[in-house]
Design a protein around this ligand. Sequence first.
Ligand SMILES: *Cc1c(COP(=O)(O)O)cnc(C)c1O
Length: 322
Amino acid sequence: MSVLPRLKIAHLPTPVENLTRLGSELGGYQVLVKRDDQTGLAFGGNKTRKLEFLLAAAQAHGAERLITTGALQSNHCRQTAAAAARTGMKCTLVLTGDEPEYASGNYLLDRLLGAQFVFTTRENRDQTLDTVFNDSWSAGERPYLVPYGGSSPIGAAAYAFALEELLQQGYHPDWIVFASSSGGTQAGLCVGAVRSNFKGRILGISIDEPQEILCQRVAALANETGDRIGIMHHFSVDDILVNDQYRGGGYGVMSNLERDAIRRLAKGEGLLLDPVYTGRAMGAMLDLLEKGFFKQTEQILFWHTGGSPALFAAQYQDVKLT
Ligand SMILES: *Cc1c(COP(=O)(O)O)cnc(C)c1O
């Protein structure tokens, strides 16, 4: 199926569930959820799919250490640390922000998974990554840099195959809605749509970037990803659907939008979301449903990208989640 080397790490295919109570509460919509929070690697998430390809590339380079970066509560860093442990590599995480007083959420898991840490500021991030990379070489190791969010063409390709997986499961939703940030998930789904002739619409809810910036990023990455797996198609900015109206106070700042969505899905469907990504994307989708943005006859699929370990992060304990 794939022209790219791939390690089998994820539990695939992930299930698709019908949120029947939510659908009828909303007045008779059919709302599905694709459970990529269940990809299996140390609490799973969308990065596990990307890492299947990134790890195969790292191994082909003879890598002994994975290096990547993200926020303190990065799900990408947690899954990368787990993938390193799983394949017998070392791992350094370059985390932005201050080292916290005690470990919680994803950062607690990163530590359990045996990662090493370098704390830096957002501005010095790339510089710090360079230093960590060069120090590893100097120490006689072969380092491999896993791109931010796993969103290189190789990583993003995972979501082209993920879309194919969904279609093979027999689902052809009119809309796919999900949290979009570094753009790899969205770029991959868009390439997958061309590859599999999927006609539904792929709507990314922007977590942090304005629409123009995210659309440009996704279109560029989709073009590179397509090239990488032999899809001859040019994506322009206008081919990419992004809604940036739900960014609230910015990255990782939880408001009533996320809080209400997290509670509603937990109590109403037994489904756990997260404060940073899926809570925001689900909050946006519920708002769009309530505003009549989708037609009643349309089938809407929420692609759950993971992240629930952040529910246990110290920084979200004082914001009345319970
Ligand atoms: C990384 C992440 C996203 C965003 O995916 P991108 O491919 O970076 O756009 C969404 N949800 C969760 C839970 C994530 O960890």
